[in-house]
Design a protein around this ligand. Structure first.
Ligand SMILES: [Zn+2]
Length: 249
C-alpha cells in the first residue's frame, strides 16, 4: 500500500513513530509532497534516512506571489532524485496570488516536467474552470490530480491517457456523494490513494492528527463503492502509484 501524498514536515508526530505506524499498517512507500523548494530539499534529506519516503519538489500556488528559486528548480531536479514536481496548481480559495502569478508559476513547472519527464501532482481548489485548459495543454505530462473532489463531469472532462485521480480521507466524510459517484465512474486503473496528512483525517480516526498509517480507510471506502475486495484496491492503486511515480520495487 502506498500513501501518494503526505507532508511529514508539517506533521507534529515524531517521524520515527510516524514511519513505524506506517510500516505496521503495511505501507511500502510514502510520497512526501513539497509545497516549497526548501521543503523538497528537506524531504530529500529525510529520504536519505528513510529510503521508502519518496521526495517531490515544487512550488504550491499559494506561494506563487514570491516564488522562491523557480529558476533553480530544473537544476535541482537534474542533480537529485525527486519522484514528481508538486504540489503545483491553482488555488482561488486562499487566493494568495493573482491568476496571472499562479498561471506563470504553474506553467513554468509543467514545462520543466515536460522537459525532464517527471510526473506532476496537481493541487486545484476553486479553480476547475481555469485548470482544465492548462491540463489539456500538456497532454504528454503524467498528471495526478490530488484530493480529487469535483464532479463526474469534470473528471471526465480532464480525462486523458496521462490523467490520474487521487482520493483522500475526505471520501469518508458525510455528504460526499458526489466524490463517491466519481469513484464509481472511474476505472481503478486511474486511481491512487493518499492521506494529505496532517490534514483530512478519515472519520474512523476523528480527533487525531492524520498520518500515512490511516490511508487504508480510503482504500476501504473505494472497495465499498466499487463492490470489490479491499485487497484488490490496495494492489491496483499500488501498481498505479508505482507506474505513475516510477517507483522501483
Ligand atoms: Zn498536500
Amino acid at each position: 500500500m502506498i500513501d501518494t501524498h503526505a507532508h511529514p514536515l508539517l506533521c507534529n508526530r515524531p517521524i520515527e513513530e510516524w514511519v513505524q505506524n506506517a510500516h505496521v499498517a503495511g505501507l511500502s512507500h510514502i510520497v512526501c509532497v513539497a509545497t516549497t523548494i526548501q521543503m523538497g530539499l528537506d524531504s530529500l534529506a529525510l529520504s536519505t534516512r528513510y529510503p521508502h519516503l519518496l521526495p517531490t519538489i515544487g512550488i504550491h500556488p499559494c506561494e506563487a506571489k514570491n516564488p522562491e528559486r523557480l529558476d533553480e528548480l530544473e537544476a535541482l531536479i537534474g542533480r537529485n532524485r525527486f519522484y514528481a514536481i508538486g504540489e503545483i496548481g491553482l488555488d482561488f480559495y486562499r487566493d494568495n496570488a493573482s491568476l496571472e502569478q499562479q498561471l506563470y508559476v504553474f506553467e513554468s513547472q509543467l514545462k520543466i516536467a515536460q522537459k525532464v519527464g517527471l510526473p506532476v501532482i496537481i493541487h486545484s481548489r476553486n479553480a476547475d474552470a481555469e485548470m482544465a485548459p492548462v491540463l489539456n495543454r500538456y497532454p504528454d505530462v503524467k498528471k495526478g490530480v490530488h484530493c480529487f473532489s469535483s464532479s463526474v463531469d469534470y473528471a471526465l472532462h480532464i480525462a486523458s491517457e496521462n490523467t490520474y485521480y487521487s482520493f483522500t480521507g475526505m471520501v469518508t466524510y458525510p455528504n460526499k456523494a458526489e466524490i463517491l459517484s466519481v469513484i464509481d465512474a472511474l476505472p481503478l486503473e486511474k486511481m491512487m490513494i493518499e492521506t494529505d496528512c496532517p490534514y483530512l483525517t478519515p472519520v474512523a480516526y476523528k480527533g487525531q492528527e492524520n498520518q500515512p498509517a490511516f490511508v487504508g480507510e480510503v482504500a476501504k471506502m473505494i472497495a465499498g463503492v466499487k463492490g470489490i475486495a479491499i485487497e484488490e484496491v490496495v494492489k491496483k492503486t499500488s501498481e498505479v502509484a508505482q507506474f505513475f511515480f516510477g517507483i522501483d520495487v
